[in-house]
Design a protein around this ligand. Structure first.
Ligand code: SF4
Length: 390
């Protein structure tokens, strides 16, 4: 056993890439679409598939905040792509609005229910809140189904259901403010302003959780929070069929095939919710079986797609998936940033050089390793290293 990874720390951009402010990656620009309510009609989804082939490399990602990313876009083609996406109503008119409208919506809503109404009102409230200059990653979650399903997903301000009412909570707080459908959005914006007034974003950076840890939530926040739902499983739901995507990635042609079944909803669980009652035909990149071992691994883009990656990630994760114990999870990260699983995971392999990884048990990609500099060949030959000595 030795110290943490010796590689250079990953680059921190301090802003969140979007469609209007794309990030350069190893395979071209990554254009991130923040689809309103995380929803794409059949026409929008099929048009995005065509645009991905025309302007990108035909690969789409569903991010951990339920955004849709087109990969492999060239700088020259970016303006034409944005214009086409704006015509589809999927991209805002300016980057400040795009950054502010960071609303994650629990995907099981029905048209006209409280989740749908609150998500629409919050999106439009943020659009109009031109005084609100929040840090790039600062986000909201509307999670007002019968039980919270987004508690494991990073969000600075949450609106949840609590019994017969609603509660607004700052991330990291153990209690929230009782609100109604009519007051929730104003209170959410007020809480965002409180965050800024309390010095939560020095130098334009910061998140709610550290502020709450330092000084606690506002004194009026005394309402209890509901118990969250267990981890989401692939299943039929009242609103459609959850379909897993290997590493959250899908080809444009598979995306178009899925859209032929019905409108698509983006989720933060590397799954799409397809609005259909039909069974989906198998495709190699789609995960339809809840026991598929690929659901127990996560891996970021890695090399060569990410410029910061020290090694490839996904081939190793795919090969090791079958050896991950039931109920456990393996995260393979191309560097210490841990984009695919920012929190602690039972098992993490963090690249330290080409095809070489540290193994971290119960920690994040940046934590102290238990085993250092394991080669991919060793891991494939002796996958029991993952669980030995635990
Ligand atoms: S964690 Fe992966 S995707 Fe994120 S910066 Fe590092 S190598 Fe790139």
């Amino acid at each position: 056993m030795s110290g943490a990874a010796t590689s250079l720390p990953p680059k921190v951009y301090g802003w969140c890439p979007g469609a209007l402010r794309p990030m350069m990656s190893g395979d071209g620009l990554v254009v991130r679409i923040r689809a309103p309510l995380g929803h794409l009609s059949v026409e929008q989804a099929q048009a995005v598939a065509v645009l991905s082939e025309r302007y990108g490399n035909g690969i789409l990602d569903v991010s951990a905040r339920a955004n849709l990313q087109l990969r492999g876009v060239t700088v020259d083609q970016h303006p034409s792509l944005i214009s086409a996406l704006q015509d589809l109503g999927l991209v805002d008119n300016d980057a400040a609005i795009e950054a502010r409208r960071n609303v994650l919506v629990a995907p099981f809503w029905s048209a006209g229910d409280e989740t749908h109404i609150l998500a629409q009102r919050l999106s439009s409230g943020l659009l109009q809140a031109t005084d609100l200059t929040l840090p790039g990653k600062f986000g909201f979650a509307v999670d007002t189904g019968p039980v919270p399903v987004l508690r494991d997903i990073a969000a600075d301000i949450r609106i949840e259901r609590n019994g017969n009412g609603f509660v607004l909570a700052a991330d990291g707080a153990k209690a929230g403010l009782s609100v109604t459908v009519d007051s929730a959005v104003d209170e959410a914006l007020a809480l965002a302003r409180w965050f800024l007034a309390q010095g939560g974003a020095p130098g334009g950076r910061g998140r709610m959780r550290p502020l709450i840890t330092r000084r606690g939530p506002p004194s009026a926040h005394a309402a209890s929070l509901g118990a969250p739902a267990p981890q989401q499983q692939l299943r039929h739901t009242a609103t459609g069929r959850l379909v897993g995507l290997e590493f959250g990635q899908i080809t444009a042609s598979d995306f178009s095939v899925l859209a032929a079944y019905g409108p698509l909803r983006l989720t933060p669980w590397r799954m799409l919710l397809v609005e259909t009652a039909a069974d989906i035909s198998p495709q190699p990149g789609l995960i339809l079986d809840a026991t598929d071992p690929r659901l127990q691994v996560s891996a970021c883009t890695g090399a060569p797609g990410c410029l910061q990656a020290l090694s490839s990630t996904r081939a190793l994760a795919r090969d090791l998936a079958a050896y991950v114990p039931p109920g456990s999870n393996l995260h393979v990260s191309g560097c210490t940033k841990g984009c695919a699983h920012p929190g602690a995971a039972p098992l993490t392999l963090t690249a330290t050089a080409s095809d070489t990884y540290h193994l971290i048990l119960g920690g994040t990609a940046a934590d102290q390793p238990t085993h250092t500099n394991l080669s991919a060949t060793t891991l494939r030959a002796s996958p029991d290293i993952l669980t030995k000595g635990r």
